[in-house]
Design a protein around this ligand. Structure first.
Ligand SMILES: [Ca+2]
Length: 185
């Protein structure tokens, strides 16, 4: 019976989008970064940004992803983000991608970006992102950001990116938690 249930659940979950470590609770002890995610940095200049998990100081007391840009960041255009290729996505279906975010010392609210890539990985078939919102003050309460995307036929990779541009955000920290990818019916 247990085996049957496992098989049944397995069959069901392959139909649904699966975000690995969506709440950033699982941490690589050596690097202190959340498992399941990859992180962008400039070649040979990884010290300009740090990706860690931080304990949410509010009542929830769970971990969140924290992205900090060094105060003296040079004037390079670079988007710092954690990214992951999401499994269980079906072409032709529409998905909502959402996250909770906070901002400390940032000029832009952290963003979630979706890229639908073809088999070669070089051609972008669709692109969506949450609002590019300028902010003047810290955001210390969790705020929800979301976007929707219809996955084109021929999509081989559904890449999700979450983060901030370096520009205007030197010395600031983005906090991100609870990544959700759900089908919109
Ligand atoms: Ca969390």
């Amino acid at each position: 019976m247990t085996m049957f249930l496992a098989l049944l659940l397995g069959a069901v979950t392959t139909e649904a989008p699966q975000v690995v470590n969506a709440g950033f609770e699982t941490v690589n002890e050596r690097t202190e970064t959340p498992v399941g995610w990859s992180f962008t940095s400039l070649p040979n200049q990884a010290h300009l940004v740090s990706y860690k998990t931080a304990i949410d100081p509010t009542v929830t007391k769970t971990r969140a992803l924290s992205i900090s840009v060094v105060p003296n960041h040079p004037d390079h255009k670079v988007a710092y983000n954690a990214h992951q290729d999401i499994q269980g996505i079906v072409a032709g279906k529409k998905y909502r991608v959402a996250a909770r975010v906070q901002a400390r010392g940032l000029r832009t609210l952290p963003m979630v970006v979706v890229q639908c890539l073809d088999k070669s990985g070089n051609k972008m078939l669709a692109f969506a992102r949450t609002e590019d919102r300028k902010i003047d003050n810290d955001v210390e309460e969790w705020e929800n950001v979301q976007t929707e995307v219809t996955v084109p036929e021929g999509t081989s990779t559904f890449r999700l990116r979450i983060g901030i541009p370096a520009e205007g955000n030197a010395g600031g920290t983005a906090l991100i938690d609870d990544i959700r990818v759900v089908e919109v019916k």
